[in-house]
Design a binder for this molecule. Structure first.
Ligand SMILES: Nc1ncnc2c1ncn2[C@@H]1O[C@H](COP(=O)(O)OP(=O)(O)O)[C@@H](O)[C@H]1O
Ligand SMILES: [Mg+2]
Length: 266
């Protein structure tokens, strides 16, 4: 039996000294859903992602990741590579590609990374079988085609445009074969045309690959067109939950966030 929810977060509190980054946060995500987390700068969005991926260890609460095979993982206390290995992939707010490697090699390292050897291990490991190597080459080429970067496979990642870098990061996230992909501001730094392309790509990741999407995004037009449901964070607390229409009409959200400027913070 497949659990309907892929993530269940209950009463999570995360503190750094006197700073409360997440304050009694409870939320859930359904399998297959495109869910967004919005809120002003410093609201705790990235802290939530870090908590969901084992990077931060909240002092209170529980986070459960339910896999499609029916097994569940309690995330708090697990190391990031274990959470990733269980099927949770992510991209970062600031680009983390290897500029001096080709587009192809950046994705190929992502594909090898999930075997648990880590990035350095993947590069330093001794000779693998030709079969292994051909399989990850094929997988990499397939992912580059999927994200629209097949033509750019052999250029250095440093020479990609912002929009192309964002696609590369999505391909790297997908290379681990995840059940859920967490995207931290996937359209940051891109122009309006690139934003539209990214929105289309993210929807295809869900529709064609069946990967659940959790998204942090500042661009209101993008997030409202893409997300099926949203949570709003403010000062570490969930202040609202609902469909895009419900969130737009929510007086608490308008006062805390949307009211000031729809483009809000960068
Ligand atoms: N590693 C950390 N050490 C100390 N404070 C942190 C750390 N990570 C996040 N915070 C604090 O947690 C709060 C929420 O930050 P963050 O999750 O990055 O917000 P957002 O992504 O919504 O902009 C901020 O006050 C930030 O300074
Ligand atoms: Mg952030």
């Amino acid at each position: 039996m497949t659990a309907e929810n892929i993530f269940e977060v209950e009463h999570v509190t995360l503190r750094f000294g006197g700073v409360v980054s997440l304050n009694d946060v409870s939320l859930f995500q359904k399998r297959g859903e495109i869910l967004a987390v919005i809120g002003p700068n410093g609201a705790g969005k990235t802290s939530l992602f870090n908590s969901l991926t084992g990077v931060y260890q909240p002092q209170e609460g529980t986070i459960v990741f339910h896999r499609a095979d029916g097994r569940s993982m309690s995330v708090i206390g697990k190391k990031p590579h274990r959470v990733a290995g269980a099927g949770v992939a992510r991209t970062f707010q600031a680009s983390r590609m290897f500029s001096a490697l080709s587009t192809f090699d950046n994705v190929k390292i992502g594909a090898e990374d999930h075997r648990g050897f880590g990035v350095v291990g993947a590069m330093l490991r001794g000779p693998r079988t030709r079969h292994d190597d051909r399989r990850s080459d094929e997988r990499t080429a397939e992912l580059l085609r999927f994200v629209g970067l097949a033509e750019r496979a052999n250029v250095l990642a440093a020479s990609l445009s912002y929009g192309e870098r964002r696609r590369l990061e999505i391909a790297r996230g997908l290379a681990t074969g995840p059940e859920v992909l967490l995207l931290d501001e996937p359209a940051a730094g891109t122009n309006p045309a690139e934003k539209l392309d990214l929105a289309r790509l993210i929807r295809r990741v869900r529709d064609e690959l069946g990967v659940t999407i959790l998204l942090i995004e500042h661009d209101m037009k993008l997030v409202m067109s893409l997300a099926e449901r949203l949570y709003v964070l403010n000062f570490g607390s969930v202040i609202a939950e609902g469909t895009p229409a419900e969130i737009r009409a929510n007086p608490v959200v308008i006062e805390a966030y949307l009211g000031t400027s729809t483009e809000a913070s960068a």
